[in-house]
Structures are given as C-alpha cells and as structure tokens.
Design a protein around this ligand. Structure first.
Ligand SMILES: C[C@](O)(CO)[C@H](O)COP(=O)(O)OP(=O)(O)OC[C@H]1O[C@@H](n2ccc(N)nc2=O)[C@H](O)[C@@H]1O
Ligand SMILES: Nc1ncnc2c1ncn2[C@@H]1O[C@H](COP(=O)(O)OP(=O)(O)OP(=O)(O)O)[C@@H](O)[C@H]1O
Length: 299
C-alpha cells in the first residue's frame, strides 16, 4: 500500500521589505540588498493527484490573475514535472488573500506553495536547498516565500541568509485603492529617478534594530529605495503614508514595489487603533503579525 498522500495543502505568507536598497542593473535585474520579513497574510494552495500529464489550476481568482499557463503556481508545477517526470499529474486549487500586483510577492508565494506541495505529493527526491534553487528560477522573491521568517536578500533578492530577529511586530497593511503596480514598471521609474545608483547594501543599524526586538528602533530604520518610484506612479500613496502616521503608526513604508503600504505599530492595541482609524477614512486595511514561517504543509 502506498503511503503517499493524494492531496497536500500548503499555506504561504506574504512579505514586506523592512529595508530595500536598489543598485545598478546586472543582466537585466537590479542588484538589491533587502531585509525580508514574512507577514501573517496567507494564500492557500491544495494540490491533488491527477491523471498522468495533467497540470491544471482551479479556483475563483481575483482580477488580474488567470488559471492559465502563465500563472506562477502552474509554472512551478510544470518545472518540477519537466525535471522529475512524475507518474501522476496534479490539479491545483488556489485561494488568494495576498493582493495581486501589490508588492507583497503574492505570485511568488503561490510558486513557492506549488513547489512544496508538488514535491511532497509526487514524493520527489528534493531537499530544501533544491526547492530554493527551483524557486529562484521562477522569480526573485520565490526563495524567501519558501524560507519565511526574516532574511537578508542580495543579488536579485534571491540569495538569502537568515536574519536574526527578536520579538513580534504588529503591522497595519493598506491595500492600494488605484489597482496594482507592475514590478518592472516601478524598477524602470527607479532608473529614471536614479541614473547612477550606488552598489546596494543594508545598513547594520537595521539589522541591529531587528535583533533588539523594539518596534520603535525598527521603525526608525525602515526604508525603501523603490518608494519614490511607486509614489511617482501613484501619487496618492504619499497621502496614504501621511494618513498612517497621523493615525498613530510609528512609521510607514511602501511594501516592495507597491502599492500596498505597511505601517508598523508599537503594540497590538496600537495597531488596532491605527487600523480602526484608517478604515474609518475609507482605506482597505488588514492587521498582521510578523515574522511568520515560510511555505508550510497544513494538511
Ligand atoms: C520588489 C521586490 O518584490 C523586492 O523584494 C522584488 O525585487 C521583485 O521580485 P519579483 O516580483 O519576484 O521579480 P521577478 O519576477 O524576478 O522579476 C520581474 C521583473 O522585475 C524586475 N526586477 C526584479 C527583481 C530585481 N532584483 N530587479 C529587477 O529589475 C525585472 O524587470 C524583472 O523582469
Ligand atoms: N499566482 C499568481 N498570483 C498573482 N499574480 C500572478 C500569479 N501568477 C502570475 N501572476 C502575474 O504576476 C503579476 C504580479 O503579481 P504579484 O501578485 O506577484 O505581484 P507583486 O506582489 O507586486 O510581486 P512582487 O512583490 O514579488 O514584486 C500579476 O499581475 C499577474 O499577472
């Protein structure tokens, strides 16, 4: 009797970049230095065994994502299928909560979830490092979605080292009200605004703040080199950042390439107050804790 499961369910988190330094382009990608933190906002993916050769995605997906071959979850499953030629196929079901084109690595999260789910479903001979390597082939943010927690990312963002982190952080996320932002477009605007960027690095002050466990210290060190580019494409983001600070957040930043904005609060009750006020002003708001684990099997 086979002990292999016929169905695997994976939960995978979104990310924020606590610091994002962007440098020059090398081979089509910007060199970056970033501190990733996985936050408690999750997509869920179920992978079920299917007839040989089948690789398909079902699910009621939000605007901007299709179930077709370009979906990152499908691309991840296809990559493993081509590499390992499993005897059965796979049917994926995706439940998205991470905003699409929101700067929180939602598509990357789904690719990470599919890699993990399919490797278990097909009982593949892969270790965590193999999955990180396949992830990097699918997108710069995919390895971190597998790893979770807090990490330093360099090169294209795909080369990871775990970062020491103490404490729990309370964030209020505000989703973009004017649709998503295209990551390549934000990087292009960055190039227009910064014709000769310096080689990127993460300040040790940020890493030290993270080990202190003090949200006030971390709040002082938050930065995002893509923020001016994102604001230049969606000027209202500047007003949202102001609103979050006025509502009592310690600091606010654009998350990654935006347009999600992330506000760090001093405590859970402070986050509740910030969220309540921003909601009353008409913003679409979610409260999350961080750091959380990376892609994980939950059934
Ligand atoms: C903004 C961040 O989310 C910060 O973590 C990432 O840098 C973006 O990572 P991602 O969405 O996984 O990006 P990928 O799917 O690898 O690349 C999409 C496109 O974004 C641009 N891109 C991405 C990553 C990078 N280091 N430099 C880039 O210039 C490139 O035009 C690339 O073709
Ligand atoms: N499973 C998926 N979920 C969301 N978008 C996907 C997925 N697969 C492919 N895409 C495509 O990728 C584009 C970027 O989506 P995504 O949600 O990953 O953006 P993002 O969160 O801004 O990315 P990042 O933070 O990594 O830059 C979408 O516009 C969509 O067309």
């Amino acid at each position: 009797m086979s002990m292999e499961p016929t169905m695997v369910k994976v939960r995978v988190p979104a990310k924020v970049n606590l610091g994002l330094a962007v440098g020059p382009v090398v081979s089509g990608y910007h060199q970056i230095a970033t501190v990733f933190q996985a936050v408690g906002l999750y997509d869920e993916l179920v992978a079920e065994l299917a007839e040989p050769g089948v690789c398909e995605l079902l699910g009621d997906l939000p605007d901007g994502v299709t179930v077709g071959e370009d979906n990152l979850a499908i691309r991840a499953a296809r990559l493993l299928m081509a590499r390992f030629e499993p005897t059965s196929g796979v049917r994926l079901r995706l439940r998205k909560r991470i905003p699409v084109a929101g700067g929180m690595a939602g598509g990357s999260a789904d690719a990470a979830a599919a890699l993990l789910a399919c490797s278990v479903l097909w009982d593949l001979d892969t270790d965590p490092d193999d999955l990180l390597m396949y992830g990097a082939q699918l997108g710069s943010d995919v390895p971190f979605a597998l790893m979770g927690g807090a990490a330093l990312g360099t090169d294209r963002g795909n080369r990871l080292a775990p970062a020491l982190s103490r404490g729990h952080y309370h964030w209020v996320l505000v989703f973009g009200a004017e649709g998503g932002l295209s990551t390549p477009e934000v990087y292009r605007r960055f190039d227009e605004l910064n014709p000769t960027p310096a080689s990127p690095s993460v300040p040790t002050d940020l890493l030290e703040a993270l080990t202190s466990g003090d949200p006030h210290a971390v709040a002082e060190q938050l930065f995002n080199d893509l923020q001016p580019a994102a604001i230049s494409l969606q000027p209202k983001l500047g007003e949202t950042l102001e609103a979050g600070r006025a509502a009592g957040a310690l600091a606010g930043i654009v998350s990654g390439s935006g347009p999600t904005t992330a506000f760090l609060a001093a405590s859970e009750s402070a986050a509740l107050d910030v969220a309540r006020q921003l909601k009353a002003e008409g913003h679409q708001v979610v409260r999350v804790q961080a750091p959380v684990a990376g892609a994980k099997i939950i059934g």
